[in-house]
Design a protein around this ligand. Structure first.
Ligand code: B4P
Length: 194
């Protein structure tokens, strides 16, 4: 089973690269951002609560996102593996994910971290905001999201570095070039079973 975490700040290209990886490796895509946006679109109590945090550029509380991922993992026991996109975003989420995957005997294979400088992130997301209709793609909220990443999400890298699963790549370049860097890491990662 191939379990890949795509890691990086907002706008690093996690969603963009996930689409290509799913097509190549036939993995299940678990994007907490997408899951939260579909709850918002359906106007569920969870969505209404999550929207308040997302509109301010803040992370949604851990218990909400961990619960969503747990439900998806339980519902897809037979998957060939998962692409975790935008999850885990805190050390508490990473610990919860490790425990959930240990139950199934298939831990994280690799964390691929896309590195993109702050100015480029803001440029990409402001640009996406022109057409996305996303209320969090405004310059003010984008900067808050990047601050939130620096304080709460960056430490997750250390968590997987300690497990020797952390691989940074340059996230600048054509989408295809970045994709090639990611698949090189995935193809060379040892597959571990517990
Ligand atoms: P998300 O939806 O996860 O993600 P994102 O920050 O928008 O970034 P992503 O990296 O996927 O960017 P994309 O490929 O689209 O998060 C939204 C919010 O949800 C968070 O702020 C938070 O509130 C909440 N949330 C989600 N998960 C959570 C969790 N686990 N815990 C708590 N809260 C959570 O790329 C961006 C743009 O760049 C696109 O326009 C794309 O076309 C462009 N681009 C991509 N690759 C490029 C390249 N190589 N060159 C140039 N442009 C490129």
């Amino acid at each position: 089973m191939l379990n890949i975490i795509l890691f990086g700040p907002p706008g690093a290209g996690k969603g963009t690269q996930s689409e290509k990886l799913i097509a190549k490796y036939k993995l299940l895509h678990l994007s907490t951002g997408d899951l939260l946006r579909s709850e918002i679109a359906a106007n569920t109590p969870l969505g209404i609560e999550a929207k308040k945090f997302m509109d301010e550029g803040k992370l949604v509380p851990d218990e909400v996102v961990i619960g969503m991922i747990e439900n998806k993992l339980e519902a897809h026991h037979d998957a060939a593996g998962f692409i975790f996109d935008g999850f885990p975003r805190t050390v508490a989420q990473a610990k919860a994910l490790d425990e959930l995957l240990a139950k199934h005997g298939h831990p994280i294979t690799a964390m691929v971290a896309m590195e993109v400088p702050h100015v480029e992130l803001v440029k990409r997301l402001v640009n996406r905001g022109l057409t996305s209709g996303r209320s969090d793609d405004t310059e003010e909220v984008i900067n808050k999201r990047i601050d939130e990443y620096e304080s709460k999400t960056r430490p997750v890298a250390k968590h997987y570095e300690t497990q020797q699963k952390f691989s940074p790549i340059n996230g600048i370049g054509e989408v295809e070039e970045v994709f090639d860097r990611i698949i090189e890491i995935i193809n060379n990662a040892p597959i571990i079973s517990l």
